[in-house]
Design a protein around this ligand. Structure first.
Ligand code: SER
Length: 320
């Protein structure tokens, strides 16, 4: 039986990963940890610990207390926020990862940590971006991700720590909003469409980016961590994607369902520069071959579901 710790459990992915893992492994076997005190009310179905992931002593104490064997490190400042305070982004993103790796080494845990499309840079091939190619990111977020990928492989090779990771694209979801990411527009647009029937898009038309609906992202985490290690030629980190689109395409998909929805562009130059340095779409064939990655959601099915779920929340008065 696994004993899992999810650090950064209150974030966009963590908040859905915890209940997903609890369903699979049992509520009491999945410990949620976050720096945000409000999370104590959210994670009522299983153990919750208040944790600043930079506090190595408390982090280690929690791992000891619950006999943790698998750490999901979901702590990160995202790309656009990172550019506002690069030093803080390095401190948090690398500090949480280093603590996860060191504690995993000491207590013999496996580690999952997400990398990102942000690990690529302007010199990487933009179309069908290969698994193994030039990685020269130009954001602090991406620099942390590439460093993290290399550290993950280093801890595996040098210490035998079972580190595994995926390069996530923009994740679209309806439980916890992302914050400060370049791909966030593809989440916000659904709320704008339902609430104001209007959305102001920060990326220009024609900006293709890889995207994925949350249920596929959760499957990716579990599938990779459950994969037979003898089949893994790569570890840190696998390209994974489910769809690639640009703003006018997601707009069109929503407008088909909400005919009076309108969108205008007000381009954020920082986000545009970041998006321009990332792939249009990645080649994820290594993930498919080595551990059976096979996403289920596309732009059409995801749009149906997002509008249904968010619409119901507004009707129920859960959103204003
Ligand atoms: N969603 C992230 C961002 O936009 C990319 O991994 O920063």
């Amino acid at each position: 039986m696994k004993n899992i710790l999810v650090v950064g459990a209150g974030g966009q992915i963590g908040s859905e990963l915890v209940p997903h893992l609890q369903k699979i492994y049992g509520n009491s076997n999945v410990v949620a940890a976050d720096i945000n005190t409000k999370c104590a009310d959210v994670f009522k179905d299983g153990p919750f610990e208040l944790l600043d992931a930079l506090d190595a002593q408390k982090f280690a104490d929690i791992v000891k207390k619950y006999k943790i064997d698998t750490i999901y490190n979901m702590v990160a400042l995202l790309s656009a926020t990172g550019e506002k305070n690069p030093q803080l982004a390095w401190k948090i993103n690398m500090g949480a990862l280093m603590n996860s790796l060191e504690i995993a080494r000491e207590f013999n845990c496996a580690v999952f940590t997400p990398s990102s499309i942000g690990a690529f840079g302007p010199n990487s091939p933009k179309d069908n971006t290969p698994q193994d190619t030039i990685m020269r990111p130009t954001t602090i977020y991406g620099i942390c991700k590439v460093t993290g990928e290399m550290l993950g492989d280093y801890y595996f090779q040098k210490y035998g720590v079972d580190t595994r990771s995926v390069r996530f694209p923009g994740i679209i979801s309806n439980v916890t909003l992302p914050g400060g990411g370049t791909t966030d527009y593809a989440v916000e647009i659904y709320y704008g469409a339902i609430q104001q029937k209007h959305y102001v898009c920060p990326l220009p038309e024609g900006t293709y980016l890889d995207m994925m609906y949350m249920p596929d992202a959760l499957d990716a985490c579990v599938q990779l961590m459950e994969a037979d290690p003898s089949k893994l030629k790569h570890r840190n980190s696998f390209n994974v994607t489910a769809m690639s689109f640009e703003p006018s395409q997601i707009y069109a998909a929503i407008k088909k369902r909400i005919p009076d929805f309108t969108m205008e562009y007000d381009v954020d130059p920082v986000k545009k520069a970041i998006a321009d340095s990332w792939p249009n779409y990645m080649d994820d064939s290594c993930a498919r071959e080595e551990w059976g990655w096979n996403p289920k959601w596309n732009l059409e099915t995801m749009t149906d579901d997002m509008l249904k779920v968010i619409g119901e929340k507004y009707k129920a008065g859960l959103l204003k």
